[in-house]
Write a protein that binds this ligand. Structure first.
Ligand code: GAR
Length: 199
């Protein structure tokens, strides 16, 4: 049976990409990562992809000249590779409706909080955990959702709660949310969406 072709879009360390790579053939059995695209040169995620034998591309907004040209280039690459599902895994740039409308219910994002808390424009990476600690919430977590034109506003696919512990720093909290929620939730959600597309 043909597997659903996935592209993972990254910007940095790529631990969520690694979780997806490691899940291939087990939790993630209906999809295969065909391509990893980075919007940052030298992202460690690219090394992870190369080690796993996955094709990579780097597309820099600065080199494209505009958001529109950047998104056009991304779409060209994704469509030329027959990509069916796009996973944003630490992809730190906002995509406009022009891009998201091209792949309705085909783009997933992992966000390190329980949406609708601590999300939207400006909430990414460590900043999300800084804000959760500053607010004093006792429970946070991660969310996997479909991506539409509203930042972190698409339909929720899965969520998992993580408790805040005494003495947490943004760094310790980020790590625990990754270990207890993101790395588990993202492959499971990817499988759910890919399985539905397998012919
Ligand atoms: C992850 O915690 C991910 O949820 C977050 O950035 C980190 C990337 O880590 N994404 C966002 O904040 C998106 N709004 P990774 O590169 O090691 O997967």
């Amino acid at each position: 049976m043909a597997k659903t072709k996935i592209a993972v879009l990254v910007s940095g360390g790529g631990t969520n990409l690694q979780a997806l790579i490691d899940a291939q053939g087990s939790v993630l059995s209906s999809g295969e990562i065909a391509l990893v695209v980075s919007n940052a040169r030298g992202a460690y995620a690219l090394e992870r992809a190369k080690k796993a034998g996955i094709a990579t591309e780097t597309v820099l907004k600065k080199e494209c000249g505009s958001q529109e040209a950047f998104e056009t280039r991304l779409m060209e690459i994704l469509d030329a590779n027959g990509i069916q599902v796009i996973i944003l895994a630490g992809f730190m740039t906002i995509l406009t409706e022009r891009f998201t409308a091209h792949y309705p219910k085909r783009i997933l994002n992992v966000h390190p909080s329980l949406i609708p808390a601590f999300c939207g424009e400006g909430f990414y990476g460590l900043k999300v955990h800084e804000e959760a600690l500053k607010y004093g919430v006792k429970v946070t977590g991660a969310t996997v959702h479909f991506v539409n034109e509203i930042p972190d506003g698409g339909e929720i696919i899965a969520q998992k709660a993580v408790y805040i512990e005494e003495g947490d720093t943004p760094e310790t909290l980020q790590r625990r949310v990754m270990e207890q929620a993101e790395w588990i939730l993202l492959p499971q959600a990817a499988e759910k969406i890919c399985a539905a597309l397998v012919k």
